[in-house]
Design a protein around this ligand. Sequence first.
Ligand SMILES: C[S@@+](CC[C@H](N)C(=O)[O-])C[C@H]1O[C@@H](n2cnc3c(N)ncnc32)[C@H](O)[C@@H]1O
Length: 391
Amino acid sequence: MFSFTSQGNILITCHKWLSPALLQEVQALGFTNSTAFTTGVRLQGSLRDCIRLNVHLRSASQVLFELHDFICNHPDDIYETLVRFPWENFLLPDTYFSVTAQVSHPSINNNLFPALRVKDAWVDRCRKLSGKRPNTGSALEGAVIHLYWKEDKATVFMDTSGASLGRHGYRKIPGRAPMLEALAAAVLLSTRWDKTIPFINPMCGSGTLAIEAALLASNQPPGLFRNRYGFQFIKGYSADWYNEIIAQCTAEIKRDSLPKIIASDISTEAIKNARINAAAAGVEHLIQFETADFAATTLPEPPGVILFNPEYGERLGETAALEKIYARMGDFLKNHCQGYTGYVFTGNLELAKHIHLKPARRIPFYNATIDCRLLEYEMYAGTRRPAPKEQ
Ligand SMILES: C[S@@+](CC[C@H](N)C(=O)[O-])C[C@H]1O[C@@H](n2cnc3c(N)ncnc32)[C@H](O)[C@@H]1O
């Protein structure tokens, strides 16, 4: 009989190129048997492991637990196979459920129909077994079944997350071009920042990077800001397991000896919103906010990490002004950031050339539909010219 401790395949999905950071997170949780691919990580584990993964992971989208795979050439194959699948081991007749699907098959141009066939399979089976018709709909507020169908192979999963883990639960006033929290966390995990040295984030916008840095440094996983997941609606779930994990996370919050985190932006409005967002995440007291041009941001003594996420200039006419900003960022790094590791996250590599520094690493990322890079600059300690504003 299947239980929450039975072993199976777990597939954790993420946005494109976040998987190296995701793999690092999964391995840090002790799942050393995991492997990464472009949009996710695979490992072996149980539904109970999925609870822990959902609570802890910062760069993930969904944690999927594999139920069954089968040959599939037509939507009717889905129904024929899944009406015989023992869903009653995972779902109760009165559990509200949703079906999501990702399909890549020449005969299908819309994911809705294959998803409908999955839904029909459990509804018909449930009615036959229990006389009850389970409630179903598109709101991911109960149990979630996920169908992945590519070419002639289909796999069904319990989506133990439900709504995506990519947003981290604290309310956010978006501001201009905000980063998705999962992306911001993965960017931080890709840097050389060790959570003990200062983290400086000029051009902070809505504050996502600084807030995620504060959450990382204080050891607060995203699960502390969310209390609804798909796993809570799977048959056999016990709230005690989840409460135990949350209690442990709460006990492990780091409150002392936290690093200096400074977030600045030239826009008063951006700083106002970033403060509100940080307060919503409970980390306002861990971040020093400054309304300033990036070159006037406070720089504590090195070593430290400084990370810029400037605009990329998607609109015509913006490029010339941005070329000057990128050139000034390069000068600032060179002249005032010795002993720091500098990073620029950008979706415009032409503009990045105006930084006029040779990156030590170019780490690929993807932001919405834009191919991006995190450029790393090692600013070796030397004679450090006084920064415009010293601490
Ligand atoms: C792409 S947004 C940053 C988005 C941010 N990562 C977030 O998640 O919200 C770029 C920010 O740079 C700020 N900015 C532009 N020029 C600046 C300058 N010279 N000094 C400081 N900040 C500047 C803008 O006000 C804007 O908030």
